[in-house]
Design a protein around this ligand. Sequence first.
Ligand SMILES: NC(=O)c1ccc[n+]([C@@H]2O[C@H](COP(=O)([O-])OP(=O)(O)OC[C@H]3O[C@@H](n4cnc5c(N)ncnc54)[C@H](O)[C@@H]3O)[C@@H](O)[C@H]2O)c1
Length: 440
Amino acid sequence: MRIAMIGTGYVGLVSGACFSDFGHDVICVDKDARKIEALERGIMPIFEPGLDQLVERNARSERLSFTTDLAPAVAGADAIFIAVGTPSRRGDGHADLSHVFAATREIAAALQGPTVVVTKSTVPVGTGDEVERIIAEVAPGARAWVVSNPEFLREGAAIEDFKRPDRIIIGTDAEAASEIMREVYRPLYLGRSPLMVTSRRTAELIKYAANAFLATKITFINEIADLCEAVGADVSDVSRGIGLDNRIGAKFLHAGPGYGGSCFPKDTLALLKTAEDHQAPLRIVEAVVKVNDARKRAMGRKVIRALGDDARGKTVALLGLTFKPNTDDMRDAPSISIVQALQDAGAAVRAYDPEGMEQARPLMADVQFCDSPYEAAKDADAVVLVTEWDVLRALDLPRLARTMVQPIFIDLRNIYPPQDVTAAGLRWHGVGRGTPLAAA
Ligand SMILES: NC(=O)c1ccc[n+]([C@@H]2O[C@H](COP(=O)([O-])OP(=O)(O)OC[C@H]3O[C@@H](n4cnc5c(N)ncnc54)[C@H](O)[C@@H]3O)[C@@H](O)[C@H]2O)c1
């Protein structure tokens, strides 16, 4: 099949490269000429494990190519995927659909022959109807079916997730469109990934409901962690104790500094806006958003409290800045709020991240970026482990302790056994395991 992928970001590039790996002919389009130029030279615009080899292999076999020129890519395609960004709209939290609609107009103007136009971007219920309307307006008589096909990949494990998804959701009522989508995904469902066909609106909502549920699970365990601190219980054991129940499941039950990233924060907000517009309030999700926002700020206060409630003139080293390991994505990362809270309290901040520092730099003024965790910890009053990168899971703790001014170690991911930290001569603080959280 010939596939055009419009938008070559985290989702478009991974999806395009994986589709080409299945044997389809894929052309990835982006309006960012620098991105396309870099890709043509084999340079990845994002960090995602395994992506460079996947792209290189498929580009070499001429199944994967890159362009800024949308019209010819669309004209020859059997399926056109829209994978452009849908960030929060400034001011009101609705999903900003301007990129989706702009791409739709360009696609409509270039359409030839019967085609499916697939929204892979996360878009609110009813967006497919509007995409259909725009196509009918710009290209009356064009034969195009508009399908919803939300993406569930996780950054950091994106290739594996795309190739072995838990499910593939196809939203369409048109049999012909459903046939084309089955053909696109055939290598996957033959490999036993369930393919579910439903209405377009239902598919659009499935994506938001999934993200809101996962955000709720994280937020639930984070609040339980606060209660654990208050009553002297251990949230790691509570997580294990409830996660072993198959009805609950162990995933997304790790207490930490609150969810961030390019999806949960904006998607929970956009879902609330949809609910508000339809007078069907989602009070649980409302609470999740509020609790998570407060938590990110509370993490800064937790550090200040560990510093004896006085951060002025002190130096804090943050280890890990990205919202999770194995990505360079800094969108809505909890580290941003923590840095802000520390600087507001008068602390100097040093930081180390294996892949995220370039993206972090414009988001964090006056932070000193360091080449290693040990350089960051040098002369620091506290070290805060924010993101659980593999290289930060086996730190030489005695070495850290020797270079610090005060031996305060705050593990916001509960990676290190407290006794190991203490044995290294550091004062340990974790999340939900005995040290009180700074009062809100
Ligand atoms: N990042 C994730 O983990 C993830 C997972 C599932 C779903 N999603 C959803 O997928 C969508 C894309 O997310 P992303 O993280 O890949 O975004 P991104 O910002 O990394 O990439 C979007 C790309 O689209 C390009 N673009 C915008 N308008 C264009 C146009 N008219 N023509 C051509 N290119 C255009 C931009 O230049 C950019 O490179 C969003 O709706 C997001 O919610 C993201």
